[in-house]
Design a protein around this ligand. Sequence first.
Ligand code: COS
Length: 380
Amino acid sequence: MFARTDDQVALASAVHEFCQATLAPTAREDDETETFRKDLVHRLGEQGFCGIATPEAHGGLGLGYTEYAIALEEIARVSASYAVTVAVTGLPQIILVKFGNDAQRAQWLPGLAAGQLLGAFALSEPGSGSDAASLRTTAVLKGDKYVLNGTKYWITSGGYADLYIVMARTGGPGADGISAFLIPGDAKGLSAGKKEAKMGLRASPTTEIILEDVEVPVANRLGNEGIGFKVAMAALDSGRITIAAIAVGLSRAALDVAAEYATIRRQFDQPIIDFQGVGFLLADMAVATDASRLLVQRAARLRDEGAAHSTEAAMAKLFATDAAMRVTTDAVQVLGGYGYTRDYPVERYMRDAKVMQIVEGTNQVQRLVVARSLKRAFRK
Ligand code: COS
């Protein structure tokens, strides 16, 4: 479990080199100007990085979540914005593989896996975040079509996506009344609303998505009516592993910059890493980064083995993202005044890390998932 295979080492270095060449040159500028470059996603896709865990039969690389996590860590070391874009375009793929029928898979998976098409996941709403089962977007069956109305919030790649997986209410209140739909980005009545002005992940657009009498054929429903909440939760079990992997990438990037800086920077006639106050800080950052990666690997491996992994994914997401917030904040501290400027990337890592504690379920929700599993285990 601890040592990477030769293929995994090769994958990590291939992704790293590619991202250094393609994403690194504009990472700082794109953060400052809030620029998203869809062509960069196409280029990541050409390498297979947008469909790492999607079966080869559907156009992906057919590797496991272990490899997917390794790749996302490497992308996030260079640009968390593009790592999140890749992870989110992966969500519809996970859903289609598990819940789609042959026609739905054939229509969407090859393009998504190749990075030619961009996917998005639309669950949250203005009044429905952690309490996802309270969503209010409706899908009403009229003849052989569903008509969708509602507003979705915090949609990564909103306005750019070619496919949105939209959770909407087809039945009564609660989780059982929700169904999942495939909505093409060019569907009449679908529009991107306000683009959020964010603290971090500024090269990844986040918008509201407005659905006004959007009509889709019944064939665009995923599975039966009423399974939408389970579709979303199952996707999030996987998505939380990807967010955790991105957090590991941010921690590692921050640690690398801080450790190098502390080794070169001299004060009082010695490298500042030789002061215990700095050296021990860096040591704790290294431990937190490695512990995060181990939790990610465990969750990914369970998923690859087809075992239950909801709790382990929640643990990995919780620990790795809290760790990334701490590690990136401490990296700014190690660099002192320099760390607070945009001349160094650590302030960007810190801003990017913050949202990892929020997306794909806040870390309070992850604790809820873990606490519920403890309750299940010890219930008499
Ligand atoms: N996989 C499959 N099914 C799941 C599941 C999972 N991981 N988690 C729950 N379910 C099922 C339950 O088994 C239950 O089905 P049954 O009634 O048939 O048993 C149903 O879904 C409802 O589950 P539950 O009662 O646990 O739902 P809650 O309303 O209590 O919500 C939380 C549970 C809080 C965990 C959920 O709403 C959640 O994850 N919220 C955060 C949402 C989120 O991550 N948003 C981010 C969007 S992307 S940025």
